[in-house]
Design a protein around this ligand. Structure first.
Ligand code: PLP
Length: 369
């Protein structure tokens, strides 16, 4: 039996349209997009088409910089905070539930002399505007807040967060990795990070959108590609794959959302005995993080081999680090350890959800009886 893939927050399958868009640049059209001859110019044109496809879903007054991942885009964006420290702004404030790409980067900046503030979230996983307002001030350089949480699917009030960040004179970086192409992105954010492999595009490519007027110090030094901040030869194939994936997300947004909402509704009814972690209404429906008291999730995952899903207790697949997100919701260690994350995507069917629920519930019952 084929594995039922329900881990769409970890990564998504490649859309056939993205695969088709990549092929020519992997086979015959191998020119370096930075070469000035005809093959180079063709490759450069493909990169620019992709850039426009990505830009089409982002605010108009900025630029798209291709990177190797969203993690790299986020590291690049943090350079903006460095540029603000001569003005006496040396505080970086992020949500307590940020992905490691933001959290660990902020922690590193904390070790370099920045004041690092973790903004708490409530039991629903949402940040309170009062707490935020109290933490931000004339020393704040950068506020980092994600659009959709990768572990619990909670959607933060990013428009309000941007407003507060701007009121204190800080820049706002939105990690939109799990929401881009699916829900509205915050129009007023200063920088927005996204990743190819979460939106049915290829792995190995991400992008940072930067508002006009914001300068970034180079992250990678070398030949000066990507507007002088991210040297290195771009892969036209990866760019074309990302561009095609974004285009399909835009074209199918309503259809994808309706489909994923239907999968989520079915799953919620089939997992009625489980408790949902995080907000029930402020959430992206493609994520279901649920717990069942007393469950040994490591055993559950090995018992249910036919379904690919994640332990809610692991903050990144395979990292072995305990989930700081579930801890931030103030769940007890035993509750964290009994949580699983199911991620539904465009290519899942109702049948997938029903079969997976049957297998998971059956194994859970066996364990608990
Ligand atoms: N931010 C969020 C919310 C994510 O879910 C991920 C990937 O898991 C990242 C950032 C990092 O993305 P990438 O794998 O492209 O570095």
């Amino acid at each position: 039996m084929a594995t039922i893939y329900l881990d769409n927050q970890a990564t998504t399958p490649l859309a056939p349209e993205a695969f088709d868009a990549m092929l020519p640049w992997l086979k015959d059209n191998f020119g370096n997009p930075h070469s000035s001859h005809v093959m180079g110019r063709q490759a450069a044109a493909a990169v620019e088409v992709a850039r426009e496809q990505v830009a089409a879903l982002l605010p108009a007054n900025g630029r798209v910089i291709f990177t190797g991942s969203a993690t790299e885009a986020i590291n690049l964006a943090f350079g903006a905070a460095r540029n603000m420290s001569p003005q006496g702004r040396d505080q970086i404030a992020i949500l307590d539930t940020e992905h490691a790409a933001v959290r660990d980067t902020a922690l590193w900046y904390g070790k370099q002399g920045f004041e690092m503030t973790l903004l708490p979230v409530g039991p629903q996983g949402l940040v309170s505007m009062e707490d935020m307002e109290a933490c931000l001030g004339p020393k704040t350089a950068l506020v980092g807040a994600m659009l959709v949480n990768n572990e619990i699917g909670v959607i933060q009030p990013v428009e309000d967060i941007v407003r507060l960040a701007h009121r204190s004179g800080a820049l706002m970086l939105c990690d939109a990795v799990q929401g881009f192409g699916r829900i509205d992105i915050p129009e007023q954010a200063d920088m927005i990070a996204l990743s190819g492999h979460k939106i049915y595009g290829p792995k190995g490519i991400g992008a940072l959108w930067v508002r006009d007027g914001i300068d970034l110090p180079p992250l990678l030094h070398g030949g000066g590609q990507e507007q002088g901040v991210r040297s290195g030869t771009l892969s036209p194939a990866l760019c074309a794959g990302l561009g095609a994936a974004v285009k399909i997300c835009a074209e199918r947004r309503a259809e994808d959302m309706a489909h994923i909402s239907a999968l989520a509704a079915r799953a919620r009814s089939l997992f009625g005995d489980w408790t949902v972690n995080g907000s029930l209404d402020q959430r992206y429906p493609g994520n279901l993080n649920i717990r069942r008291e007393g469950l040994d999730v490591a055993r559950l995952i090995s018992d249910v081999r036919g379904v690919a899903f994640s332990a809610g207790s692991a903050c990144a697949s395979g990292s072995g680090r305990p989930s700081h997100v579930l801890a931030a919701l103030r769940l007890e260690p035993a509750q964290i350890k009994s949580s699983i994350r199911l991620g539904f995507g465009r290519y899942n069917s109702i049948d997938d959800v029903e079969q997976a629920a049957h297998l998971i519930n059956q194994a859970a019952e066996k364990q608990l009886s």
